[in-house]
Design a protein. Structure first.
Length: 81
């Protein structure tokens, strides 16, 4: 039972549930601003950096492919040709 409680506590802390409410609100605000300005969340940006593909985690919830080939206008904007 102790092992289960310890693992549950660690999972909650890593998931952000142990953070103060001010940090959670700030995180949601930053995520919302990033989504409104770029169409991607703060989670999607590092995935783009690694894969060089247009990835959006919310597409997986809609049953679509999470990552797509990078659109040409995105390639032009970032300097990749």
């Amino acid at each position: 039972m102790r092992k289960f409680l310890a693992l549950s506590t660690i999972a909650c802390l890593l998931g952000g549930y142990g953070l103060p409410i001010a940090f959670q609100i700030a995180s949601l605000a930053v995520d919302g601003i990033a989504l409104a300005s770029t169409g991607n969340t703060t989670t999607d940006h590092p995935v783009f950096t690694v894969t060089s593909m247009d990835c959006a985690m919310f597409r997986g919830l809609k049953g679509e492919e999470v990552c797509r080939n990078k659109p040409q206008e995105l390639a032009t904007r970032t300097g990749d040709h």
